[in-house]
Design a protein around this ligand. Structure first.
Ligand code: ACO
Length: 162
């Protein structure tokens, strides 16, 4: 089992993983238009942290780092259906936090959570209260009807992974 962070860089193995992740998102997020998923997963400004087992993608999180604003926007998050509630979603989020802090210099995450995923994001330290100053994110992320804006502060020191 491994956790990787990749973006669209034309490396064959990375492209195969990104296509696998795109397929998981398309299945697990049926309300999202497939073209929109493909566009963001393949966008060079987005990164994807993925769980890989036996060279197959089990799930992942696609996010856009706004490095100047020091926050990231989580666009999509999913684990393939037969591997849910086994702890992968939690480990994935911890790897994301570690990577975003140490590699991108981010301090916060924002996401529009689906109603049914609010419980999961709560357990990962996300709140519906937004503490981040509006000037830091307003105009960067666009309003979206289908979800609830949630925020998570990344601890500056905590080791999130072992
Ligand atoms: N509602 C409430 N609690 C949840 C949910 C949920 N939908 N999903 C998981 N949990 C809880 C688990 O019970 C567990 O609690 P515990 O630590 O007390 O045991 C904890 O959250 C973490 O569970 P994991 O096993 O780590 O989570 P999992 O691997 O199943 O991944 C995920 C969670 C990503 C939400 C997965 O269930 C999934 O892919 N769901 C379908 C797609 C989805 O809804 N994605 C989020 C949409 S919003 C967005 O993408 C921005």
């Amino acid at each position: 089992l491994k956790f990787v962070c990749v973006s669209n860089d034309n490396i064959d193995e990375h492209m195969i993983w990104l296509i696998g992740l795109k397929n998981i998102f398309a299945r697990q997020l049926p309300n999202m238009p497939k073209e929109y998923i493909v566009r963001l997963v393949m966008d060079r400004g987005h990164k994807s942290v993925m769980v890989i087992r036996r060279n197959t993608v089990v799930g992942g999180i696609t996010y856009r780092p706004y490095v100047s604003q020091k926050f990231g926007e989580i666009a999509f998050c999913a684990i393939t259906s037969d591997e849910q509630v086994k702890g992968y979603g939690t480990r994935l989020m911890n790897h994301l936090k570690q990577h975003a802090r140490d590699m991108d210099g981010l301090t916060h995450f924002l996401t529009y959570a689906d109603n049914n995923a609010v419980g999961y994001f709560n357990k990962q330290g996300f709140t519906k209260d937004i503490f981040l100053e509006k000037e830091r994110w307003h105009g960067y992320i666009k309003d979206y009807d289908g979800g609830i804006l949630m925020e998570c502060k990344i601890d500056p020191k905590l080791p999130y992974t072992d």
